[in-house]
Design a protein around this ligand. Structure first.
Ligand SMILES: [Ca+2]
Length: 640
């Protein structure tokens, strides 16, 4: 008989340790999750009322609801419970009219989401269907806590599989996830992000196991089933899953053939680029959401040149509305000023009718309806901008207008920082970059007022796909329009950072500002450590087994896609409409790689002999963060 090899002994020790570590961590997560279930009064998480409404519609009807669906009595129950639970603390409380057929508002419609998470909760809530909506809410929250435990289990197993030479890392990562206060808050709420996080974490576990041990029919089927599960839960999880599986699949293409794959991918990218750059239908700097494939720009002879904007009532041959927002500081510089705006207007032969000009200043909007005739006419309006305008946008539209023009052409659209003079201001050149008014030339504050320039446009089927709240085309244009939108980045990164470490409820509760200085330092160190590990890994990458490289690839793909999607959600940026600052919850689907990055990164910086002490410090730090969150933020706000 031979003695077991040292590696086998180590593996046995690890197994023995994991035997008690994992149940303990799950118990910790359960206890923490339950504390957060009880800590938050009903409806106090992101869109919790409308997420629960989805569940209860399934329970009451025994079938899936469709977008825009509602049950009047259910709405009344939820809305009155919100009032009773102090939902409108610090704001005007709406009165619920029980005799009205119009359902009271309880938040944004969630019925557009895939149903899997809601179906799961409906199964659990069904036995309590005769109880009050609050009881049903708490039952649903308990299901979410169950999914929280799934995430902790998946995290432990994923990291154990991925980094067998770091036996302490699975515990560190899963304890971090079990104790991170905002995550415990979100994972104990009713929200499909909870289901998405669980589904995506399971998929990452299966993908890492496949990468580590090599593919087998059973593993491949499991991964594909989990991709389906992600897609059926939430788009964010589905996109991460598809990206991870695609990258994993490519990594199994033999090296020689992979070169051809790169060539093919390069050709495809080039093709897409050519299509983007040649399909230049849309007028640059002008936004339209309907239908984004229909061009806002046509060749029509105008008083200035032969490029014209076009609007059509049906939105078939052209959009129904175009809009341009000034860069924030330019719009705000006009506060209190009287501006003059206008442009050339003509309807197509036999398509005469109304067209609306609007100057949007956030809540306020100044509008003018004019009749477009079959000859070119110059229209001029003026308005004084309010002192508190958040920004300024010009909109021209036939949408929803009575007797709207069927097809209307526009050119030389302008906005100048001057009150109307005696003589009508006129675009002074073909580009409409200058406007002559009262014997002088003023700069046109609108870009591309003559529709002379164009933006790349997408095929309608792709451009009209909805990403979050807006179309793919709008998102791409606004990224392209970085001069106007680039200012959001520093603020956006700050919002993501703060909501990750210390945002609660609807992100209306936050840890005190000073705590974030410490957290910035911790995050900075962790990222530096992770970068160091990555550099070391890359310098020895050719020696590393390919399974290890695949695991890095899976994690890197998940991180880039998960956080990339969260960042892109800010687009399109219009200060004259509401800006929805994306919060860290949108990246929860990749919370396991994030925790691995932070814990692993910090550990890299600690000498091996101090690692146990560092672990204890980390644990104390997390408990302190939790104590601060509960004692300084959550309890004083709800129970103070
Ligand atoms: Ca023109």
């Amino acid at each position: 008989m031979t003695a077991p090899a040292p590696s086998q002994v180590a593996a046995q020790t690890r197994r023995r340790r994991s035997n008690w570590a994992l149940p303990l961590i799950l118990a910790l997560g359960l206890a923490h999750g339950l504390v957060y279930v009880l800590l938050f009064p009903p409806w106090q998480h992101y869109d919790e009322p409308s997420h629960l409404e989805y569940v209860l519609l399934i329970v009451r009807r025994g079938r899936l609801p469709h977008a825009g669906d509602y049950d009047l009595s259910l709405r009344h129950e939820i809305a009155s419970s919100m009032v009773a639970a102090g939902f409108y603390k610090g704001q005007a409380t709406p009165t619920i009219d029980f005799w009205s057929d119009v359902p009271p508002g309880i938040g944004v419609d969630e019925l557009v989401h895939p149903p899997l998470y809601y179906m799961l909760l409906a199964l659990a809530v069904r036995p309590f269907a005769h109880q009050s909506v609050e009881v049903q809410l708490y039952v649903a929250r308990l299901c979410s806590v169950g999914l929280y435990l799934v995430v902790l289990l998946a995290a432990y197993k994923t990291i154990a599989e991925a980094f067998p030479r770091r036996p302490w890392l699975p515990s560190a990562v899963s304890v971090f996830l079990a104790l991170l206060p905002p995550l415990a808050g979100r994972m104990s709420s009713v929200n499909n992000d909870v289901g998405a996080t669980a589904a995506a974490s399971l998929l990452l576990w299966a993908s890492v196991a496949l990468a580590q041990r090599g593919p087998s029919a059973r593993k491949v089927v499991l991964v594909l089933v989990l991709v389906g599960l992600c897609l059926a839960t939430k788009t964010t999880a589905g996109i991460v899953a598809l990206a991870v599986v695609a990258v994993l699949a490519v990594s199994y293409v033999p090296r020689r053939r992979r070169r051809w794959l790169w060539v093919a991918a390069g050709c495809l990218a080039l093709g897409v680029l050519v299509i983007l750059l040649t399909r230049r239908g849309h007028a640059a700097s002008w936004y339209t959401s309907d239908p984004s494939g229909a061009s806002s720009r046509v060749s029509v002879q105008t008083p200035l040149d032969n490029s014209s904007f076009v609007l059509t009532r049906q939105g078939a041959a052209g959009p129904q509305e175009i809009l341009q927002e000034l860069p924030v500081e330019e719009g705000r510089a006009l506060r209190g000023h009287t501006v003059t705006l206008g442009g050339w207007v003509r309807a197509a032969e036999g398509a005469e009718g109304a067209v609306l000009f609007a100057l949007d200043e956030g809540e306020l909007s100044q509008t003018w309806v004019v009749r477009a005739k079959s000859v070119w006419e110059l229209r001029t309006f003026s308005s004084t901008i309010s002192q508190d305008a958040p920004g300024l946008a010009l909109r021209v539209s036939v949408r929803g207008l009575r007797e709207a023009a069927r097809t209307v052409y526009l050119d030389g659209l302008y906005l100048v920082d001057a009150p109307p003079a005696g003589e009508e201001p006129t675009p002074a050149n073909a580009m409409a970059s200058q406007v002559s008014a009262g014997g002088r030339e003023l700069p046109n504050l609108l870009r591309n007022g003559s529709a002379a320039l164009s933006w790349p446009s997408l095929p309608t089927a792709l451009g009209n796909q909805v990403l979050g709240r807006s179309s793919v085309a709008e998102v791409l244009w606004s990224i392209w329009d970085w001069r106007r939108t680039g200012w959001v980045w520093p603020n956006e990164v700050r919002v993501l950072f703060r909501s990750f470490w210390g945002g609660f409820g609807w992100n209306h509760l936050s840890l005190p500002g000073s705590v974030f200085y410490v957290l910035s330092a911790v995050t900075g160190l962790a990222l530096a450590g992770a970068a160091l590990t990555l550099a070391r890994h890359l310098s020895t990458a050719s020696h590393a087994p390919s399974s290890q490289q695949r695991i890095w690839l899976v994690f890197a793909t998940a991180l880039v896609v998960g956080w990339g999607m969260a960042l892109v959600r800010i687009y399109p940026v219009f200060v004259t409409m509401r800006i929805w600052w994306p919060v860290a919850r949108y990246a929860d689907v990749v919370i396991v790689p994030v925790a691995a990055l932070l814990c692993g990164g910090l550990a890299t910086l600690v000498p091996r002999r101090l690692s146990r002490a560092a672990g204890v410090v980390g644990l104390i730090g997390l408990l302190a963060l939790d104590a601060l969150a509960i004692g300084l933020v959550i309890v004083p706000y709800y129970y103070g």
